[in-house]
Design a protein around this ligand. Structure first.
Ligand SMILES: Cc1ncc(COP(=O)(O)O)c(C=O)c1O
Length: 396
């Protein structure tokens, strides 16, 4: 069966170049980067080369990069490492669960947390961040790009607020890498999370940028690896792959790739919305990463549509991938004020860097037909009424 993958925000395929870079480090070039003999020193050099590559991607010093097991660990380390009982955390209600659930856990341990509300635009209001500051605020954590609707958050403005208030600033940039430029100095953040498998590295790899002078308490204790910031023998092949993926992501963003993907995404959006009535797109009024669109279609269940499309060869998501299988409406859409029926009827398309025009044509052919079919079964869809798509095809 012809299959098209439009779920890059869930995970991306390992790039062949990344696989080639990793391969020898599984076999003949093995070594423990802490050993002082030849094998160890060769492994150490490979880890440090990867650290340089990640540092170039983020615009920081190599010593400010700590390798982790992925986005979840980076977010946990940033929050749990900086906050102690009595502190106050400001975060948003549209963060990934790696931040939200960590914040909830910290609340149980005596940390005050403000979950900032969000409006229909899908972006945090920096004014809300400023108004939420308290004398005991220790950390602000607001993501760079939302995984479900792709909205870019005003991290540069929040960085200024954090600096003026002398408060630490963490941003989860997991969904920003390889889509928009990242520069920790421009954002003026103290901590920034990335995850390898979202930009063609391997699953179970990632890094946390920790600004010099910031000393989060480690989550893992043991050996002195990562300058005592993250104990445990380094994942050598994974780290080498992360470095290669970082170099490629940086080159992709610097070139014409993002504009090409944005044009494909816009054509996909228009192509579907102009053929389907009672539909719209979330977050279109805000700046978004180029590869993501989240559409709503009334009178159907998003999960049913995901399954129907999968049976025809199109892989998309009905919400956050980490949530698939759950029937609860998305917390992001709920936070934006979307009613549960509509929140359950949403579909996220997230294009990979290799997406083509013919992939988009495939989806434009398939999605309206699958929706029409599912709506035939819907008790609420009035087939007698002639439904017209919105004039622009986009309802903000
Ligand atoms: C915004 C965001 N943060 C964190 C994570 C967790 O990353 P990982 O899968 O590497 O643990 C994800 C994964 O979907 C994400 O989208």
């Amino acid at each position: 069966m012809h299959r098209v993958y439009m779920d890059a925000n869930a995970t991306t395929p390992l790039a062949p170049e990344v696989f080639a870079a990793m391969h020898p480090w599984f076999t003949e070039q093995f070594g423990n980067a802490s050993s002082i003999h030849f094998h160890g020193q060769r492994a150490r050099a490979a880890v440090e080369r990867a650290r340089d590559q990640v540092a170039r991607l983020l615009g920081c010093r190599p010593a400010e990069v700590v390798f982790t097991s992925g986005g979840t660990e980076g977010d946990n380390l940033a929050l749990a490492g900086v906050l102690t009982p009595g502190d106050h955390l400001i975060t948003s209600s549209i963060e990934h669960h790696a931040v939200l659930h960590t914040a909830e856990r910290l609340q149980e341990r005596g940390i005050d947390v403000t979950f900032l509300p969000i409006d229909g635009s899908g972006a945090v209001d920096p004014g809300d961040v400023r108004r939420a500051l308290r004398p005991n605020t220790q950390l602000i954590s607001v993501m760079m790009a939302n995984n479900e609707i792709g909205t870019l958050q005003p991290v540069t403005e929040i960085g200024v607020i954090a600096r003026e208030a002398d408060v630490y600033f963490h941003t989860d940039a997991v969904q920003a890498v390889g889509k928009v430029p990242i520069d920790v100095k421009a954002i003026d953040c103290d901590l920034l999370t990335i995850s390898g498998h979202k930009f063609h590295g391997s699953q179970g790899t990632g890094a946390l940028y920790i600004r010099r002078g910031t000393h989060p308490l480690p989550l893992l204790f043991g050996g002195p690896q990562e300058r005592q910031r993250r104990a445990g023998t380094e994942n050598l092949p994974g780290i080498v792959g992360l470095g290669q993926a970082a170099e490629m992501a940086q080159a992709f963003v610097a070139g014409s790739g993002p504009a090409r993907i944005a044009a494909l995404r816009d054509r996909l959006e228009q192509g579907i919305l102009s053929r389907v009535d009672e539909s719209g797109v979330y977050g279109a009024a805000s700046p978004r990463v180029p590869n993501t669109t989240n559409l709503w279609f009334d009178h159907l269940e998003g999960e049913a549509l995901v399954i129907a499309l999968d049976l025809k060869g199109l892989a998309v998501s009905g919400g956050s991938a980490c949530m698939s299988g759950a029937t609860e409406p998305s917390h992001v859409l709920t936070a934006m004020g979307v009613l549960p029926e509509r929140a359950r009827a949403s579909l996220r398309f997230s294009l990979d860097t290799a997406a083509t025009n013919s992939d988009v044509d495939f989806a434009i052919d398939l999605v309206p037909a699958a929706i029409a079919h599912l709506r035939e079964l819907s008790p609420t869809y009035n087939r007698a009424t002639k439904h017209e798509p919105a004039a622009s095809g986009i309802i903000r």
